[in-house]
Design a protein around this ligand. Structure first.
Ligand SMILES: [Zn+2]
Length: 290
């Protein structure tokens, strides 16, 4: 699939901390890419076993429920491969062990694009403290690009014993929390996104649909779409021609570029903040992971 003139995507990997993170963040983009024939892989780093306030629930039971929910959601979206690394939910650090496990998957599936949550995101003005597992998983995803998956002498046993050659993706997509960056038009797949999210019944209720529509609408509006998901896209090891084009674009625009190449309109308040205020009820219903 040709994403734009600088990037063709045949395979993509989503690296996130918890089952359901991808559905909240990037499921519209995934549904769209799956339709376009991109081979998609989810690499879920933790087991989701902390995601309940029910005193009768156990970590063991919940882990299995969340794996099943994630597999079902992936099926709805057309995500071909779902890998669970099984680290304990809530206890994640970007250790060498986690880094090696993620690098193994990247070398195995050879994605053109890695999608993850920006690990620099810590707090939001609407009163949200980002989950540390999200930060750790994002950190590992960045480290896998350089050096873990791409460097032959990093974890050399992956190569010498498991025969997994080094691999470097073409691009990194950092999922954004507002409309900054590049907005992907998800208008024709918003209902698929909601359907996939609702499968995570241990985490969300029916009112999540309203939250997702509100959030997607705010992001989409800035680019002239009904619904959108936005990314900071980093093209890795860009050839000189691409760098020159980007410099020229930046000089002529001076504002946020969108997927259509239009200038984003200035906004009175960050859309994520507004969407989140509108959906606070959903947020406080007992979900903890996002
Ligand atoms: Zn999460």
């Amino acid at each position: 699939m040709k994403f734009n003139k600088d990037l063709t995507i045949d395979r993509a990997m989503v690296i996130y901390a918890h089952p359901d993170d991808a559905e909240f963040g990037v499921a519209g983009t995934m549904a769209k890419w799956a339709k376009a024939g991109v081979e998609l892989t989810y690499c879920m780093v933790t087991n989701g076993a902390s995601g309940s306030q029910d005193p009768d629930m156990t970590r063991e039971k919940l882990r299995e429920i969340r794996y099943a929910e994630q597999r079902a959601a992936a099926k709805i979206l057309g995500v071909k491969n779902v890998v669970f690394l099984g680290y304990e939910d809530g206890y994640l650090y970007p250790t060498l062990e986690v880094r090696k496990d993620v690098a193994r998957q990247v070398r195995k599936f050879k994605p053109d694009v890695i999608i993850t949550m920006d690990p620099r995101y810590r707090v939001a003005e609407f009163g949200y403290v980002n989950h540390p597992d999200h930060i750790a998983a994002g950190e590992v995803a960045l480290r896998t690009i350089n050096p873990d998956a791409s460097t032959r002498q990093m974890f050399p046993e992956l190569w010498t014993e498991e025969k997994l050659e080094p691999h470097k993706p073409k691009a990194l997509f950092l999922a954004s929390f507002g409309a900054e960056g590049t907005v992907v038009d998800i208008s024709d797949v918003i209902e698929v996104k909601i359907k996939a999210l609702l499968v995570h019944a241990s985490q969300v209720g029916p009112d999540v649909a309203e939250f997702v529509r509100g959030f997607g609408k705010e992001i989409g509006r800035s680019a002239g779409y009904k619904y959108g998901e936005s990314y900071e896209i980093i093209l890795l090891d860009q050839p000189p021609a691409v760098r020159a084009r980007k410099r020229a674009r930046a000089a002529s625009a001076g504002t946020t570029k969108t997927a259509r190449g239009r200038r984003a309109a200035p906004k009175s308040a960050p859309p994520r903040a507004r969407a989140a205020r509108a959906a606070r009820g959903t947020r406080e219903r007992g979900r903890r992971s996002r």
